[in-house]
Design a protein around this ligand. Structure first.
Ligand SMILES: Nc1nc2c(ncn2[C@@H]2O[C@H](COP(=O)(O)OP(=O)(O)OP(=O)(O)O)[C@@H](O)[C@H]2O)c(=O)[nH]1
Ligand SMILES: [Mg+2]
Length: 154
């Protein structure tokens, strides 16, 4: 089975991403009634529970807030930390760890030049390193989804 990595950037990208992960978990729990880690699940989630040898024995649960063994194959980038902070405090908090988050405080204020000239060079290395680590956790990487608005300074 192949895997996909979601890169969500800026307020819009992260808000849409938040809906995406919520829906992915809902779909999983309505189709996979036993709540086990299967191949379909591995497309968007990696399993960090090392206690089980056989993948299909791994319980990954259905209740969103309680999931601890699943981590989204995602990189969250926003130079204004508000939306990402809300996400990691909300019901989806269990599926992200802090190594997947790249945030700053002030944002670009809808100014593309600030994003391009200031935050771009400052965070380029960290973003590519985080994406590289997400790619290394895949057996067979199929694609990247990049979610962002067409406006905004990102
Ligand atoms: N469809 C949709 N559009 C959004 C959403 N949030 C913001 N936008 C649109 O995105 C554009 C602004 O871009 P943002 O994503 O807020 O900006 P940003 O990427 O965070 O960049 P800065 O805040 O300028 O650093 C505006 O056109 C908004 O209408 C959302 O949740 N859904
Ligand atoms: Mg913003």
């Amino acid at each position: 089975m192949t895997q996909s990595i979601v890169v969500q950037v800026g307020q819009c990208g992260n808000q849409i991403g938040c809906r995406f992960w919520d829906l992915a978990l809902r779909e999983h729990s309505s189709i996979n009634k036993q709540g086990v880690y299967d191949e379909a699940m591995s497309s968007f989630f990696r399993n960090v529970d090392t206690r089980y040898e056989n993948h299909s024995d791994i319980p990954c649960g259905n209740a969103k807030g309680k999931i601890r063994s699943l981590k989204a194959r995602a990189v969250l980038v926003d130079m204004e930390e508000g939306v990402v902070s809300q996400m990691v405090k909300g019901p989806l908090r269990g599926i992200f760890d802090h190594q997947q988050l790249i945030t700053d405080v002030s944002g670009s204020g809808n100014n593309w030049a600030v994003g391009h000239m200031m935050y771009g060079p400052k965070y380029r290395e960290q973003i590519s390193e985080t994406v590289r680590k997400a790619a290394e956790a895949c057996d067979c990487l199929q694609c990247f989804f990049v979610m962002h608005s067409m406006g905004g300074g990102q």
